[in-house]
Design a protein around this ligand. Structure first.
Ligand SMILES: Cc1ncc(C[n+]2csc(CCOP(=O)(O)OP(=O)(O)O)c2C)c(N)n1
Length: 646
């Protein structure tokens, strides 16, 4: 079947049995691609039938489907002309793991962060009404994403809007791990009401076919339905806020799905279809471990084991350290916005269940909750990925910083994250945190320094931001580990010709660049000396000569440690000495380390200074591996060295 599918039209031509076969083939194909390239597996396997049904009933691109988060859009990509391209999924220059309007006209809206689909779809529906068009607009949102503030804000507005909008609630009882919260408890009650609603729909369909008396009877049935519903489902939240509720329906039953979607298409009001799906459907190992297979690196299909074993990463080091700190200090609590495993909090949750809070995909609430706890004397630690901290910017300012509350904001996945691409790169956090008064901002050069910074933060009593990257530390031996002191940088290596200032993971790169530069510059000077070449003289003579020349060109490496407050004294002294500065950071060029150093040079009226900054341009950074992107944007060791030499 898959061979025949090049567009939604091809799906529409298939019988239900053929579509069932197609679903199986698509599952197999997605499994093959994701096992090779990595990606979001379980969520995609869960929505294969739902996507086929949507494309059978609606006409994309005229009709608009907004995929919430968009991590589940692989089947949609396959059906809408990107079957072959799926093999390039998440690779540099290949197709993205999320919907992209510039990739296909069938992707009507870019997504990546949870909860935006209903807002965006309602916007499109209202635009349609104003423009006098007649297309359908559909938002597909998971039960996890529905826990976010923006989703609830949009439901509130949409229910009242009286416009055609179909919200498909893809309920698999999972966020990345088990979904939690009051809304989830409410959905659990709805999930069990299968027989009632399904019969109701078919009765209605049947009655509509009865001439003359059909419609009035439907009206009576609807009235009865409402009162029965109040009895059976104590508070029918969705209907009460203005949606027509259809379902729950088995999300793997193509016939039922398609007939409900057709019904929804006729209703010119907001409709919510409650679809029950299984995360990981069809791949037993993912069905059993849907959280592990939510997003995965390449793996072996037979065993489900990763192709490359996972090595220790910053999140794990953070989690372990937090457990040991919490054992000593009962005031420490941890909050996650639905990312317990990803942020390394699994052990903490087990050890301290009463001091651990998973608030759902609700970063704004997570941060404000922390502020409240801190106000009453606790020490909340809130690890959130850099890109998702963007959601909580006002809470960081208004609820934490303004009241100077001792919340420890751990910014995980800071910097380039790789294959998830532009919606997920953590390049903006230094820039936006640096704007906020009262914040202390740090970034560790290695695991040990992360532990030391956490020690410092717990004892500090004011708001602290600690940013660290995805993955592991650079295998490099640093010459020393100074104690963490507020606003103090660490001089890792002294020199007199060039100052390299780096922060976080780029400190290791700074050390390597410094060593290679010294060596290369020495060799150059060496070659330029009249009558000398590397091979002339005895070994000892050469050693001596090289040592002398080495002394001639030397690089000072400063680990800034604190972006704020910046160690102006140490940095100024070094710059005055060398007159040449390079800054290196894993973030945007705007308002990070580069800006801080340039401000210092201007403010302190340092004259005749050469400055060159390595950071990401003022652009959204696409997907690819971290190493590829570093090379592409000339942030890698070799690019820096050759630019400095020039
Ligand atoms: C604002 C934000 N926070 C966190 C995430 C990380 N994240 C991606 S998918 C996901 C779970 C989504 O669950 P659900 O909406 O139920 O979709 P499912 O994967 O179960 O289909 C999370 C937490 C995100 N994408 N956006």
């Amino acid at each position: 079947m898959l061979e025949k599918i090049n567009s939604p039209e091809d799906v529409k031509k298939l019988s239900i049995d053929e579509q069932k076969k197609l679903a199986e083939e698509i599952r197999k194909y997605i499994l093959e691609v994701v096992s090779e390239n990595g990606g979001h597996l379980a969520s995609n396997l869960g929505v294969v039938e739902l996507t086929i049904a949507l494309h059978s009933v609606f006409d994309v691109p005229k009709d608009k489907i907004v995929w919430d988060v968009g991590h589940q859009s692989y089947t949609h990509k396959i059906i809408t002309g990107r079957k072959e391209e799926l093999k390039t999924l998440r690779k540099l220059g290949g197709i993205a793991g999320f919907p992209k309007t510039n990739e296909s006209e069938s992707d009507c809206f870019n997504t990546g962060h949870s909860g935006t689909s209903i807002s965006a779809a309602l916007g499109m529906a209202r635009a349609r009404d104003i423009e006098g068009k007649d297309n359908s607009v559909i938002a597909v949102i998971g039960d996890g994403a529905l826990t976010g503030g923006i989703a609830l804000e949009a439901l509130n507005d949409a229910g009242y809007s009286n416009t055609q909008l179909t919200v498909i609630l893809n309920d698999n009882e999972m966020s990345i791990s088990k979904n939690i919260g009051g809304l989830n408890m409410f959905l659990s009650k709805l999930r069990t009401k299968k027989a009632y609603t399904t019969t109701n729909i078919s009765v209605k369909k049947f009655l509509y076919k009865v001439p003359v008396i059909g419609k009035p009877i439907v009206k009576i049935v609807q009235k009865v339905k409402r009162s029965i519903k109040q009895l059976i489902i104590p508070k029918m939240f969705f209907e009460d806020i203005g949606f027509k509720y259809l379902g729950p329906v088995d999300g793997h039953d193509l016939e039922k799905l398609e007939s409900l979607l057709r019904v929804s298409k006729q209703i010119k009001e907001p409709v919510l279809i409650h679809v029950l799906t299984k995360k990981g459907k069809g791949y037993e190992i993912a069905e059993q471990n849907p959280d592990k297979f939510h997003a995965t690196s390449p793996f072996d299909i037979e065993t489900g084991k990763p192709k490359k074993p996972k090595s220790k990463d910053y999140s794990k080091v953070f989690g372990e350290k937090l457990v040991s700190l919490a054992k000593e200090n009962p005031k420490i609590v941890a909050i996650t916005a639905s990312m317990k495993d990803g942020t390394g909090l699994t052990e903490f949750a087990k050890e301290f269940p009463k001091r651990f809070f998973d608030v759902g995909i609700a970063e704004q609430h997570a941060v404000c909750l922390a502020a409240g706890m801190a106000k009453e004397g606790l020490i909340p630690v809130v690890p959130i990925y850099s890109t998702f901290y963007q959601r909580a910017f006002d809470q960081v300012i208004h609820d934490i910083a303004l009241q100077n509350l001792p919340v420890i904001m751990c910014v995980d996945r800071a910097g380039i994250v790789g294959a998830d691409g532009e919606t997920h790169q953590g390049t903006l956090d230094m820039a936006f945190f640096r704007l906020v008064p009262n914040l202390t901002i740090m970034a560790p050069k290695n695991f040990k320094e992360l532990e030391d910074m956490l020690d410092f933060a717990v004892g500090y009593g004011k708001p602290v931001v600690i940013r660290y990257p995805r993955g592991g530390e650079d295998a490099i031996q640093f010459p020393k580990e100074d104690k963490i002191t507020l606003g103090k940088a660490e001089i890792l290596k002294e020199g007199k010709d060039l100052t390299i200032i780096a922060i976080g993971k780029t400190v290791a790169r700074a050390m390597k660049v410094a060593e290679k530069l010294e060596k290369q510059m020495s060799e150059k000077t060496d070659a330029k000396q009249p009558g000398r070449s590397e091979t002339s003289g005895t070994f000892e003579e050469n050693q001596q000569a090289n040592k002398k020349i080495g002394e001639k060109y030397s690089v000072e490496v400063i680990n800034a440690r604190f972006l704020k407050p910046l160690d102006k004294e140490t940095i100024k002294k070094s710059i005055e000495k060398t007159k040449n500065v390079i800054t290196i950071e894993d973030g945007t060029i705007i308002n990070g380390l580069a800006t801080a150093i340039k401000e210092l040079i201007v403010d302190e009226k340092l004259e005749d200074i050469n400055v060159k900054s390595y950071a990401y341009p003022d652009k959204f950074i696409q997907h690819g591996t971290v190493e590829e992107l570093e090379r592409l944007y000339k942030q890698d060791e070799d690019s820096i060295i050759s630019a400095v030499e020039k």
